[in-house]
Write a protein that binds this ligand. Sequence first.
Ligand code: XIL
Length: 369
Amino acid sequence: MKRKWSLLIIAALISGCAGNRKIGRAPASLKEAFKNDFLIGTALSAGQIGERDAGARVLVPQQFNAITPENVMKCEAIHPQWNRYDYKLADEYVNYGSRRQMFIVGHTLIWHSQLPGFVHRIKSPDSLRLFMQQHIHTIASRYAGRVNSWDVVNEALNEDGTLRRSVFFEKLGPSYIAEAFKLAAEAAPGTLLYYNDYNIEQPAKRRGAIELIRKIQASGARIDGVGIQGHWHLGQVPFRDLEQSIADFSALGIKVAITELDINVLPRPKNMSGAEVSQKFASDPEMNPYPNGLPAALEEQLAKDYEQLFKILVKYKQQISRVTFWGVHDGQSWLNNWPIPGRTNYPLLFDRQGRPKPAYYRVLAVGEK
Ligand code: XIL
């Protein structure tokens, strides 16, 4: 009799485990929790690629299955002079991802920021076109078959949805964007090609992005997806605009990725929105209110924001290819130094010691459902 009962209990436990992922094999990581939904990525700094960040050394392979280079593939780093390319860090980055069988993102081929001086000094449209052709051809073909997805063009739009008057626009006109996609497709036929920008979930900029993507498609160029960067603010994540954007963008027949996710918890200088990296403001202790830790109420708001965000992302998992955080842990985040240098920000799921924050557990719980 006793034996029968214990057998029954064991059987009940086993079936309970099988039916409930929480009791059974609890996912120990973000990548595991969302493995049926989308890839989970992180941006890597040069130090992390070189394995000099002890926290990241553990967290990156444990939590993430996709990586983006925070800076090492940008033009100023990889192509510092007209006739000189510097592949050292970019190769290290790609090797890092290949060794761990991760999804490798290339960021970014054509962007108005972090350009080396020689590009700004180019005078004629023909020379700039030649630069663009050689730059894309050289870099995209070097990593063809290894980089899985390129951010081909980054931040080509203004907030009102018109095209940014970048050095490329000024000299080459609006067609430079479709041309960049064609060049990337030629050089890396098997690589996914994305347009990437911040604030494109906002209505006016979104309309501009839709028009831009339609034009790329109409030109015969291939575009596989659009990256919504996702540099958002505590208590102000634009959930409704995000949902509408996922629906609108995927109606164009392309995938949507969240490519640079972080939630800024610090006050913003007046009249500032977006993520234009050239915006800079002077240091001011009043703008750095939490140098010794985030108050509990804000920690909770951060957890809530992330939880609600991931609920929406899971709802649209068919449309979403990847969700990438802009950094592994708070200590690495660019938001400690942008747009005001020397602040203490808390925008990610892991703290400065690499420990999971309350927001991490809330996101994980969304994935476990
Ligand atoms: C940022 C990096 O995180 C910083 O380290 C660097 O100093 C400036 O650029 N949009 C982008 C990213 O597409 O490449 C930017 O990354 C953040 C905004």
